[in-house]
Design a protein around this ligand. Structure first.
Ligand SMILES: *Cc1c(COP(=O)(O)O)cnc(C)c1O
Length: 354
């Protein structure tokens, strides 16, 4: 730290992303990317013609991508906000809707970025414990009179809450934004997007990073009332109007056009998840009920930290959180069938060595 840094940030602890090794020597099951490449249309449309236009700024309004997404989700383009990954949406929402007086509430065990944004903006935040079985008790969030942020399905548990519960939270906090982070919704979850017309305080965020195989392109979007979208646009145009680059906009449009491809991939991932869960249970693992492209599991014979280290030695990266209540678990991204076969084989070896 330099001596020039504002005291506002002196104690800030930044988010720690999962490992991103630059070589391909590991089977990478640690950051919930898709094991499948972008669709052929995406690959085709990021071509030399588009690269040649990189001297020109991109459309700051992202009009044609918004129109395509609006059609796909049955909303108006004024209900859509585009961002540089959905982390950007979270950033803007914390900036826009909370402060020292207007606090925020989110689950104690959830996406590790929420408390970082809360600290960044000096927002009073409450972390609400999950139930014993790692589910979210929606009643904890009713009448809480704070912004509410819930990942649904939740990370790293993979578990979901239903729309009834979300509606209760929305109804009982009419003066606060309820942000539902649907990064993993395409893997069998239930989306709250259909409620946007009914609840002006609902904001749903989604990403191209998981189900749409574009983590490297950085593209996310939010769906909400026109008024909420206006707020987000105001913040965007006050920070970085060109936050999505030309190539990503083109790729984003092509991805919407090839939606069926991604739906098929999501189906494959769900099927692989189910066979992996079964196999892990046969090996004696406790596996939480996942609606995401990852699973959260623990075994009595081995701690999460040890499992992470041992399977890394065998060439597979998974994610471990050195955090109270979940340190016995590991989070494993669902890869291809072939990758999961190797994962299961190495896992069985590790257990046999004990
Ligand atoms: C991966 C993830 C995101 C953000 O992903 P981006 O790559 O920034 O779009 C947001 N929320 C959760 C819960 C995630 O797991």
């Amino acid at each position: 730290m330099s001596r020039f840094l504002s005291s506002r940030f002196a104690n800030l602890v930044a988010y720690t992303p999962g490992e991103q090794p630059r070589d391909q020597q590991y089977i990478k099951l640690n950051t919930n990317e898709s094991p499948y490449p972008p669709s052929p249309e995406v690959i085709e449309r990021i071509n030399a013609d588009e690269v040649k236009r990189l001297n020109l700024y991109p459309d700051p309004a992202g009009k044609s991508l918004k129109e395509k997404l609006a059609k796909l989700y049955g909303v108006e383009k004024e209900n859509i906000f585009l961002s540089n990954g959905s982390d950007d949406i979270l950033n803007f929402a914390f900036m826009a809707y909370c402060d020292e007086k207007r606090g925020v509430a989110f689950p104690e065990i959830s996406y590790g970025f929420y408390p970082v944004y809360a600290d960044l903006y000096h927002v009073t935040h409450v972390k609400l414990p999950l139930r014993e079985d790692f589910s979210i008790d929606y009643k904890d969030y009713c009448n809480i009179n704070k912004m509410v942020v819930i990942a649904n399905p939740n990370a790293p548990t993979g578990m979901e809450i239903g729309l009834f519960e979300i509606e209760e939270i929305l109804k009982s906090n009419p003066n606060y934004v309820v942000l539902i982070d649907e990064a993993y919704v395409d893997f069998g979850g239930t989306s709250a997007v259909g409620l946007v017309g009914k609840y002006p305080n609902l904001m749903v965020s989604m990403t191209y990073s998981k189900s749409r195989s574009m983590a490297g392109a950085r593209l996310g979007f939010a769906i909400a009332s026109k008024e909420i979208i206006e707020d987000l646009e105001k913040i965007k145009f006050s920070t970085n109007p060109y936050n999505i680059n030309r190539l990503t906009l083109v790729a984003g449009e092509a991805a919407v056009d090839s939606n069926t491809y991604y739906k098929e991939n999501a189906k494959k991932i769900i099927a692989t998840r189910e066979t992996t869960v079964k196999a892990l249970k046969n090996l004696g693992f406790l596996v939480l009920d996942s609606k995401a492209n990852f699973i959260f599991a623990r075994h009595d014979k081995i701690s999460g930290g040890e499992f992470y280290a041992e399977i890394k030695k065998k060439g597979i990266l998974v994610r471990h959180f050195e955090k109270e209540k979940i340190r016995d678990f590991v989070r494993v991204t669902i890869g291809t069938d072939g990758q999961m076969d190797i994962f299961l084989q190495k896992t069985a070896e590790i257990l046999n060595e004990r």
